[in-house]
Design a protein around this ligand. Structure first.
Ligand code: FUL
Length: 433
């Protein structure tokens, strides 16, 4: 035992020594949890609740709980669909703005327990937890602070009720990889939310959760719901004096982050696969096309953000056939596009030169973000015959930067040069397709 402890201590010292003599860090750094979260890249959002049955997108909170009545709920189908779509997790709207809780909460009288669905014994959050456990799939949760049903909403007491609600969900169904806090409140004055109390309720029960909101602290809203991060996208943001909702930084700032921001708060792109967040009987025609989804892929994950793509379980409680077909088409298209790396290298600083033998269409860069985000500008050149020609250029890299060439590049070599950086840059990988 002693021996083991000594070895562990020595290993710790070695790690420290290695860290101190590798790349100099710059600015705020991601936590281990934020690094693991960045690697997830793509996960499912599920908006499900009374709105699924009423056709509303923002339920008023006075809906009869009996309206919630999925006839064939199967959370395993959601999880299998997400997995087969190449997603790395799933986040459920456990409580949306209408206040209806998809689990039998003791903090509310507007829950599945008050509905006739399964005689008040149903619990969607538990079913999804069980399905995620069965398929070993990370689960996250959306719990809306804005509550159009709760009688205490807007009072000081609501802060404690809401913290209790968060605790209840995380304790009984967690731990979760992400907690989603929506900034929306329908334009009304936002009460004085006790964010530190809410965060504590999350971390006490899901210590590795990344908390999403307009201002983090784990990850930030990207400033639009159309599927794109800024071409320049910093993982840094100043949040001092800001809060989710009306007091958030401008949407432009959220879209690009801030080069000199004080905190590490990377962007997350949230976008619905249909025009709406919740299923309606008529919104199937708004299902995004494969081309639109591919474009979203390049402008979200391809710009250093994570992508949370919303699907809408229907009134049966199943992901509709058309949506799941589209998700599979999207997966197949990405697999085909990235099937054949033509050349790649790892661990370069300012320059990487790769030999290629076939025409290329795209380059994917990754920065070693555990030391901070440093790259400010880079160029991509191609050796065509005896001439180097610039075929692409960009600003930030971050977790991942994908650049598609305007036409196939027939070159013998591709060169990436970091032309401007905070401190010594580190390209984790460069891959040409
Ligand atoms: C918005 C909400 O108001 C929408 O209903 C949806 O939940 C979306 C993800 O966030 O702010």
């Amino acid at each position: 035992m002693k021996h083991k402890k000594l070895l562990a201590a020595l290993a710790g010292i070695c790690v420290l020594a290695v860290t101190s003599c590798t790349e100099k860090t710059y600015g705020p750094l991601p936590t281990e949890d934020q690094l693991a979260w960045a690697d997830m890249e793509y996960y499912m959002f599920c908006h499900f609740g009374p709105n699924t049955f009423s056709g509303l997108q923002w339920g008023l909170g006075n809906e009869n709980p009996d309206i919630f009545n999925p006839t064939e709920l199967d959370c395993e189908q959601w999880v299998r669909t997400a997995k087969e779509a190449g997603m790395k997790g799933i986040i459920l709207t456990a409580k949306h703005h209408d206040g209806f809780c998809l689990w039998p909460s003791k903090y509310s009288t507007h829950t599945v327990a008050q509905s006739a669905w399964r005689d008040g014994k149903g619990d969607v959050v538990k079913e999804l937890r069980d399905a995620c456990d069965k398929y070993d799939f990370p689960m996250g949760v959306y719990i809306s602070p804005w509550d159009r049903n709760h009688p205490a909403y807007g009072t000081e007491e609501y802060n404690r009720i809401f913290a209790g609600t968060i605790e209840e969900v995380h304790k009984n169904y967690g731990p979760f990889f992400e907690q989603w806090f929506d900034g929306a409140n329908g334009g009304a004055d936002i009460p004085d939310y006790d964010w530190p109390l809410f965060h504590k309720a999350v971390y006490d029960n899901s210590p590795h959760a990344v908390i999403f909101s307009d201002v983090g602290p784990g990850c930030r809203w990207i400033g639009n719901e159309s599927g794109y991060a800024g071409e320049t996208n910093w993982c840094r943001l100043d949040v001092e004096g800001f809060a989710p909702g009306k007091q958030a930084p401008s949407q432009e700032i959220l879209n690009t982050g801030q080069s000199d921001g004080a905190e590490w708060i990377p962007g997350e792109v949230d976008v619905p696969i249909r025009a709406d967040w919740f299923y309606t009987t008529t919104n199937e025609s708004t299902l995004k096309s494969l081309d639109e989804l591919m474009e979203i892929w390049f402008s979200s994950v391809g710009r250093g953000s994570n992508l949370i793509l919303n699907v809408t379980p229907d009134q049966r409680g199943l992901i509709p056939y058309a949506d799941s077909v589209r998700l599979m088409e999207f997966k197949a298209a990405r697999d085909a596009y990235f099937a054949k790396p033509l050349a790649s290298c790892t661990g370069k600083s300012r320059k990487a030169v790769l030999k290629v033998k076939e025409p290329s269409k795209c380059i994917v860069l990754q920065e070693e973000i555990k030391y901070g985000q440093k790259i400010k500008a880079f160029t991509v050149e191609a050796l065509v015959g005896d001439n180097w020609q610039q075929v692409a250029s960009g600003t930030t890299v971050g977790h991942k930067r994908m650049l598609q060439f305007s036409s196939p590049v027939n070159a013998s070599k591709i060169k990436v040069t970091v032309t401007d950086a905070f401190a010594k840059p580190m390209l984790k990988s460069v891959t040409v397709y």
